[in-house]
Design a protein around this ligand. Structure first.
Ligand SMILES: NC(=O)NCCC(=O)O
Length: 364
């Protein structure tokens, strides 16, 4: 089924019933739709919302415009690597230009955006030239120019190869001057079904970094890390106001979880979460005749600390989701719920140490 729940609801409910559904499912504030300047003849979906905070007497709103891009690959995966990458660059440049027109200040791309997700083929050598330097690779250089041109912070998840030739699943952070300011490497690697990424790279060694950018304190939780609640927790403890979850996942793996895990993390950690999933079909020929086909379901969306969320982008189309948020909401929800006071971290730390000690001892 290629219809998202959002489109099914919009096309089958109306009036008071639709209003009640929206209030309960999305939360009270989500439907403030942004008026967009972009023209209609774009060849991708574009949608804009706002997730406002309560007005305060002493603090001005801290309004930031976020942009999430989901896109398919352009050429077939047996095309020359340089052509595949350039075709994706050309598509993404077009969408970033539209994001700039709409005033996007922080933009996030999907997991390993500048290549097909060949990590399902169990092959390495054939695809090795997609791996690139985090600081100086073609994807970083391409986006740095756009970041400086549009004064946009850009999060660029890529396949990194470091100076020792080791691969990592890495999100590069580029600031609004087009400067490389750091990277986060994927903490949790899947070994489930056709997702067996441990044969490609190591679990990340950058911990839970939070990047204090011009517009917000942000962190990145790459794809499979969304299933690990403590992964989300640590970004929050380190001060993140927005956590981006660039992903590449298919319906067979937890599409029912997709709208739950990042939304729950936003509520539990009093920050915004941004869920970006790859979209479109990708076909690989492995060996002489084995073909692998995968379809990614997009459905990117954003959740606020109060649990209100935007509708998802399409399950099948390239898309740009623009959302205007007020970062004051993070503190407002911290004050309202007092999770940092009631969290009992010392108790959990003690119990975790004891579990690990006993568990590891038993396993030796
Ligand atoms: N890229 C990735 O980590 N996919 C794992 C499958 C999932 O967690 O949905």
């Amino acid at each position: 089924m290629n219809k998202s729940i959002d489109s099914l609801i919009k096309n089958n409910l109306s009036g008071k019933v639709l209003e009640d559904f929206n209030r309960i499912y999305y939360g009270k504030k989500h439907h403030s739709v942004l008026v967009l300047d972009s023209t209609n003849e774009l060849d991708f979906e574009i949608a804009g919302y706002s997730l406002p905070a309560e007005k305060e007497q002493l603090r001005q709103p801290r309004i930031v415009r976020l942009g999430l891009i989901q896109h398919s690959i352009v050429l077939t995966t047996d095309s020359p690597i340089i052509d595949q990458r350039q075709a994706i660059f050309d598509k993404v440049r077009n969408i970033i230009n539209a994001a700039a027109l709409e005033g996007v200040q922080i933009l996030c791309l999907q997991e390993t955006w500048s290549m097909p997700f060949f990590l399902c083929t169990k092959e390495r050598t054939k695809w090795g030239e997609f791996a690139e330097s985090a600081e100086y690779g073609p994807s970083t250089l391409f986006l740095s120019e756009l970041a400086a041109k549009y004064k946009m912070v850009i999060i660029s998840p890529i396949l990194e190869v470091d100076d020792e030739g080791v691969w990592w699943n890495t999100a590069v952070i580029i600031n609004e001057k087009g400067e490389y300011i750091g990277k986060h490497r994927k903490n949790h690697l899947p070994s489930v079904g056709s997702f067996s990424e441990m044969s490609y790279y190591c679990p990340g060694n950058t911990g839970h970094m939070v990047f204090d950018t011009k517009y917000a304190k942000l962190a990145v939780n790459i794809c499979y890390g969304r299933h690990h609640a403590l992964n989300w927790l640590m970004f929050g403890l380190n001060g993140a106001e927005i956590v981006f979850n660039p992903s590449a996942t298919i319906s067979e793996f937890g599409e029912t979880f997709w709208g739950i895990e990042a939304r729950n993390a936003a509520i539990a950690n009093n920050y915004f979460t941004c869920s970006i999933n790859r979209v479109g079909k990708e076909e690989f020929t492995v060996g002489s005749e084995n073909n692998i086909t995968r379809s990614y379901y997009g459905s990117s969306y954003i959740t606020a600390p109060d649990g209100c969320r935007t509708p998802s982008l399409s399950k099948t189309r390239d898309g740009l989701l623009i959302t205007e948020i007020d970062l004051n909401m993070c503190r407002q929800l911290k004050d309202q719920w007092g999770f940092s006071m009631t969290s009992r971290l010392d108790m959990y730390a003690e119990n975790l140490i004891s579990y690990i000690t006993n568990h590891c001892t038993n396993n030796q």
